[in-house]
Design a protein around this ligand. Structure first.
Ligand SMILES: [Zn+2]
Length: 458
């Protein structure tokens, strides 16, 4: 009966009318009868078992003996309709929705959005005093009656970054295994893109190969992941056929961030080894109808099997030397990179925008899309490296490499590298009550600034 005592005490403190729901309130059980009901106990007592999860923001302090009814927007429903369904008198609902527009456009609310509708129960009749909702985990919006009129307020939670670690064994493709390990799509895309300088994703990946990745995530101070908050890769490692290739994100003393290998050499190369969206490659294992050929005397290029329409990238910066249909090659583009080396791409379904003789392309530009034009048995990219007019084995071509860190910069990089390795080994950054977070700006939206709100400023 201890709980009952606390609940009635809280009620007495509030001077409100009782209801069955209050009896179930989960007050602090260690509290002894006879102790003065403190503010938190009163707050607990207000919330029955059907009450909304803890709201945060000013509304809780501003509105005291308030009943919160949790409703949500149905498909195609407006906030106005939801308020009317919750028995809010029309003039009050209109006034409150109009007030909301000062901080939030109600048309941006999505179906399924939970809304707390608040009623003051102290009088004879429940009186509508406002509503609150969270359009995003880091942002809360409320409208409350201040005695004269409805007023809108917005609060933003503090945001921070933390590192998340993931790893796994590759079964069919890096993309599929990464997804299975819970790695977000955009992180995998960045991972594959960065390894495309060094890895031929069609031929170099074998079942049993391993991956590791440490990536940033933007979270609120209580650890909720912010929508669109998956940030950069900090560290990654691929172990292919027993050989480990690790990359580390390093921001140099000039503030330029790039990936370097463990020796402090930039991972960038003049040509991409996988000049196609590697996330969409079909596994080469057991493909009999459309064999994915490597380089040989009989086949002077390398094939990448991917669905029709998969983007094809220029392997390096250069100038379009030839573009158009070319016999057995089908739709064909050749790009000249320097006086010696060109790359050629065949069987395209169509060309990228602006592809004409003499056009300049940057490394990674979309030059066309996978197809099966010309002499081809299924959708794939046939890719050739042409050296002094002759197709050559891509493995035989030595390419100029990027930047090598030296001296103080290299020493600084080694420190960053050790830190990233340590954080990966620890399974990512542990965050408790905002401690362990690195301050950051929100990844999306323009309205919320961390640590600031519209009323108080920063
Ligand atoms: Zn081919």
């Amino acid at each position: 009966m201890k709980r009952f005592a606390i609940a009635t005490m809280a009620l007495a403190a509030l001077g409100g009318a009782g209801s069955a729901a209050f009896l179930y309130s989960d007050g602090p059980s260690a509290m002894m009868a006879g102790e003065t009901a403190s503010a938190p106990a009163s707050l607990d007592a207000q919330q029955g078992p059907s009450a909304a999860p803890d709201a945060w923001g000013d509304i809780e302090k501003a509105a005291d003996p308030v009943e919160r009814r949790l409703v949500s927007l149905g498909r195609g429903e407006t906030l106005m309709q939801v308020l009317l369904e919750a028995d809010v008198p029309q003039p009050h609902a209109q006034e409150a929705v109009a007030a909301l527009k000062a901080v939030y456009d109600p048309r941006r609310m999505k179906s399924g959005q939970p809304v707390e509708v608040m009623f003051d129960r102290t009088g004879n009749e429940d009186r509508f005093v406002g509503f609150a909702f969270q359009p995003a985990v880091e942002r809360s919006v409320s409208v409350s009656f201040n005695g004269v009129r409805f007023q809108a307020a917005e609060t933003a939670k503090k945001l921070g970054r933390r590192a998340v670690a993931a790893q796994g064994v590759i079964r069919s493709s890096l993309f599929e295994s990464g997804r299975a390990a819970g790695v977000p799509m955009n992180v995998l895309t960045e991972l594959i893109r960065n390894y495309s300088y060094d890895v031929d994703f069609q031929r170099d990946i074998q079942p049993g190969d391993r991956f590791e990745v440490l990536y940033e995530q933007v979270v609120t101070e209580d650890g909720e992941v912010v929508a669109g908050g998956n940030g950069h890769i900090l560290y990654a490692s691929l172990t292919l056929s027993g050989k480990e290739q690790a990359i580390y994100r390093y921001e140099d003393s000039q503030g330029i961030a790039e990936f370097f290998n463990a020796q402090g050499s930039s991972i960038r190369k003049a040509l991409l080894k996988t000049p196609i969206d590697g996330a969409r490659l079909s596994s080469g294992f057991g493909m009999r109808r459309h064999p994915v050929l490597g380089y040989s005397k009989m086949h002077k290029g390398v094939d990448f099997a991917a669905p029709t329409g998969t983007p094809i990238y220029s392997a390096g910066a250069g100038v379009v030397e030839e573009v158009g249909p070319k016999g057995a090659y089908g739709n064909y583009i050749r790009i000249r990179h320097n006086g010696e080396i060109s790359t050629a791409y065949a069987h395209m379904s169509r060309f990228g925008a602006g592809m004409r003789r003499g056009a300049r392309v940057a490394q990674g530009d979309v030059i066309g899309y996978v197809g099966t034009t010309g002499r081809s048995t299924g959708p794939h990219l046939h890719y050739e490296i042409v050296k002094n007019g002759q197709q050559v084995n891509p493995l035989s071509v030595t390419l100029p490499t990027g930047r090598n860190l030296e001296g103080k910069e290299l020493a600084r990089f080694k420190g960053v590298m050790a830190n990233l390795q340590q954080r990966f080994n620890a399974g990512g950054d542990q965050v408790t009550d905002g401690i362990g977070l690195v301050a950051t700006t929100p990844p999306t939206g323009k309205s919320s600034t961390p640590g600031c709100d519209r009323k108080r400023g920063c």
